[in-house]
Design a protein around this ligand. Structure first.
Ligand code: FCB
Length: 445
């Protein structure tokens, strides 16, 4: 198949990157004074992780960061999205700061600048200090102010060198998968707790943004949401109502307070006793101006009222996660965001990519399916821009094969292969393609 990006031209100032997160790549989980995170603890729960693995070693990025930054720079991207491990810089989530941990991120950020890479930092990519979890974690309103302290400390230390700063990565995942379904850390299964957690995450985002701005932060400030078009399986009223509600829970529950200062009434009504407790003024605090919205996109979601839909029915190619490959959903999503939330600033694709059953043969990974996935989704972004959507960035998930949460190391999302026995990195064909694509964009600029 021909490359759908071949004739496309993106603006010269478009941000191209790769994304990772601390817990998934760093390893060194007990090194240099790092505290325990909820994911360190969760991995010890029998049956929690498909391959019974953990984040103790991961990709050894804590030791190999310089080599990894060289690799990123060699791709020709101009940006790197990474996250800070809160318990690495503040082991118990309050009080004492860990000098060695802060020094690591200092070196990392300087290393990016030295290689011409813009640092895009995420504060919370799920690895809350376990000590805070013992006090209720995100279900405890006091965690909101712990997070604001953490945000300010990171800004003080690194803020002068950051291109952007994200408060939370995918609050829906932390709330729903972590506190309702219980399949992610901290493994709680209670709907009311999950909704309370979502409110505290939003509140802590708003409060942190307010504090960071008051502090004179120069980096662009935003939040990252996981979003997907929600399609009804059939046009029946029941399936449509289900899709509407699920869209409410995934998207509007976060976007409405961020952009409009209120929770969506239909979702609120559907929650019954599980609605979160709020204090006077919370919604006003949540609705802070954003400099960008980060969008993580992987697939669409199809809803049927009786729960009978399976991705197999789509007739589309599925990734190794069983996710339907649906690039036009990204165009649809971007158009919808700009239409329904015109107050949103620039949209940044902060994650997009796929897991595929890669094979390393003679030093090469011929991952055509991933290359096609990236091409089709980059073309879908371009299509949305042609139709007038302001998109400022695209970042591939992920730089490296890494710890894919409850799936452990069994799913490979990297454009660079990692041999976990030797820690050897091998750029896959998709990385070579991305590199060529970026070279061409530079020439066209
Ligand atoms: C997203 C996460 C990221 C990664 C991808 C596959 O939900 O933000 O850490 O696991 O999915």
């Amino acid at each position: 198949m021909s490359d759908p990006t071949a004739d496309l031209r993106f603006p010269a100032d478009f941000v191209w990157g790769v994304s990772t997160s601390a817990f998934q790549i760093e390893g060194a989980a007990q090194a240099d004074g790092k505290g325990e995170s909820v994911w360190d603890r969760f991995c010890q729960q029998p049956g929690a992780i498909a391959d019974a693995s953990n984040g103790l070693v991961a990709c050894e990025h804590y030791q190999r960061w310089a080599e990894d930054l060289d690799l990123i720079a060699s791709l020709g991207v101009n940006a790197y999205r990474f996250s800070v491990s809160w318990p690495r810089v503040q082991p118990t989530g309050q009080g004492e700061w860990n000098r060695a941990g802060l020094a690591f991120y200092d070196r990392l950020v300087d290393g990016m600048l030295a290689r011409g890479l813009q640092p895009h930092l995420t504060l919370n990519h799920w690895d809350l200090p376990q000590a805070l979890q013992e006090q209720g974690g995100w279900a405890n309103r006091a965690t909101v102010d712990r997070f604001v302290d953490y945000a300010l400390a990171i800004e003080r230390r690194l803020g002068d060198r950051l291109a952007s700063l994200v408060t939370h990565n995918e609050p829906w995942v932390m709330a729903e998968l972590g506190h309702h379904q219980g399949i992610f850390a901290p493994g709680v299964k209670d709907r009311a707790t999950a909704m309370q957690v979502s409110h505290h995450l939003l509140l802590s985002h708003g409060r942190a943004l307010k504090a960071l701005r008051a502090h004179g932060a120069k980096a662009k400030l935003g939040i990252v949401l996981n979003l997907a078009p929600m399609h009804p399986a059939t046009p029946s009223p029941a399936d449509r109502a289900k899709a509407q509600l699920e869209d409410g829970l995934l998207a509007r529950w976060y976007l409405d307070p961020l952009c409009r200062g209120r929770y969506p009434a239909d979702v609120w009504a559907s929650l019954g006793d599980a609605v979160p407790q709020m204090a006077e003024g919370d919604l006003a605090e949540i609705q802070q101006p954003l400099d960008f919205l980060g969008v993580n996109y992987y697939s669409r979601t199809v809803q049927s009222a009786d729960g009978s839909w399976s991705n197999q029915q789509s007739g589309r190619e599925l990734t190794d996660m069983g996710w339907e490959i649906y690039p036009e959903g990204l165009t649809e999503l971007l158009l919808r965001l700009q239409r329904d939330y015109p107050q949103l600033p620039s949209l940044w694709i902060t994650e997009n990519g796929g897991a595929f059953p890669d094979e390393l043969k003679d030093g090469r990974v011929a991952d055509e399916a991933r290359t096609r996935y990236l091409q089709q989704h980059i073309a879908a972004v371009h299509e949305a821009m042609q139709e007038g959507v302001r998109v400022g960035a695209y970042m591939v998930w992920s730089l490296l094969d890494n710890f894919e949460w409850a799936f452990g190391y069994s799913k490979r999302f990297g454009i660079v292969h990692v041999d976990y026995a030797t820690q050897q990195r091998t750029p896959k064909d998709s990385a070579r393609w991305y590199q060529q694509f970026l070279q061409q964009q530079k020439k066209k600029a």
